[in-house]
Design a protein around this ligand. Structure first.
Ligand SMILES: [Zn+2]
Length: 277
């Protein structure tokens, strides 16, 4: 090979290398951001302080309620919209994580898959088992289903068997109170027993595993409620509220996934939770 040919090959190689680099950067999306933030954090054996927990980049968490046609409400999306929103997450390289992973990430700095997202469902509607779970499963996603236990086996709500099946399939089942009374209205220990402690025990029997996660009815919490929940649940989920500085694990933020384009969903996820993941 003469000198000129060598030079050309070297240039070509450089070009190919640069092109690949650009391509991988482009396809990994926000990965460069998360590498930047993660590099100083290593997994630890001892629990993070509240300040450290609050300092971890937030994971986008979506919250769905009704999945049905013909409902005009910010608490409803059509099955077609839900399917399209899940598809864009899968196509964009998102990985659906579960609360146990989020807990280890927040408390012990354990790593998460690239582009993590959590997909949650409130109110134990029957379409969560009938419509949502099959769509998730086809894409290799797992979901988190928060049950208000007064609805067991009622019309339009999941049966206890459907709830058990979700848990068996590897989804996470959490508690959403007994009858959807907001935490700020629980006056005494009897209320806590009725809304949280007893329903948790019953739900654990149904799913044959621990129920460690809570979603606040209406997303509404107060400091006292977060403190009480910390005795019974590893994590509790709000909607878009400010996190409690003493109980960050009991005030994990979620956003409502509303009717709209799949691209719109990705945009609001970034707007709400930042671009660190
Ligand atoms: Zn609810």
């Amino acid at each position: 090979m003469n000198k000129k040919k060598l030079l050309v090959s070297a240039l070509l190689l450089t070009f190919v290398f640069t092109a690949c680099k650009h391509k991988s950067q482009a396809t990994s999306g926000t990965a460069t951001d998360s590498t930047k933030t993660e590099k100083t954090v290593t997994p630890n054996e001892t629990k993070n302080t509240n300040a450290q927990i609050l300092g971890r980049p937030e994971v986008p968490i979506l919250c769905y309620h009704r999945i049905a046609d013909g409902k005009k409400s910010e608490y409803a999306v059509t099955p077609a919209t839900f399917a399209a929103q899940m598809k864009i997450l899968a196509d964009s390289g998102y990985h659906a994580i579960l609360p146990a992973q989020l807990y280890d990430y927040l408390v012990y700095n354990k790593s998460l898959p690239e582009k993590p997202v959590m997909i949650t469902f409130d109110d134990s509607r029957v379409e969560h088992a009938a419509v949502a779970a099959p769509i998730l499963e086809k894409l290799g996603f797992k979901g988190v289903f928060f049950i208000m236990t007064i609805t067991y086996n009622k019309k339009n709500y999941m049966t206890t068997e459907q709830i058990a099946t979700l848990a068996k399939a590897g989804h996470t089942v959490g508690l959403h109170s007994w009858d959807h009374t907001m935490v700020i209205k629980y006056k005494d220990d009897a209320d806590w027993q009725k809304q949280a402690v007893e329903p948790k025990k019953k739900l654990e029997k149904i799913v044959a595993q621990a129920v460690d996660y809570w979603a606040y009815p209406n997303g509404v919490y107060d400091h006292k409620g977060a403190a009480e929940l910390s005795k019974h649940f590893k994590l509790a989920f709000t909607l878009i509220s400010k996190r409690d500085t003493v109980y960050p694990l009991q005030t994990v933020r979620r956003m409502l996934a509303t009717e709209g384009t799949p691209q719109g969903l990705l945009k609001s996820m970034r707007r709400t939770f930042g671009k660190k993941h």
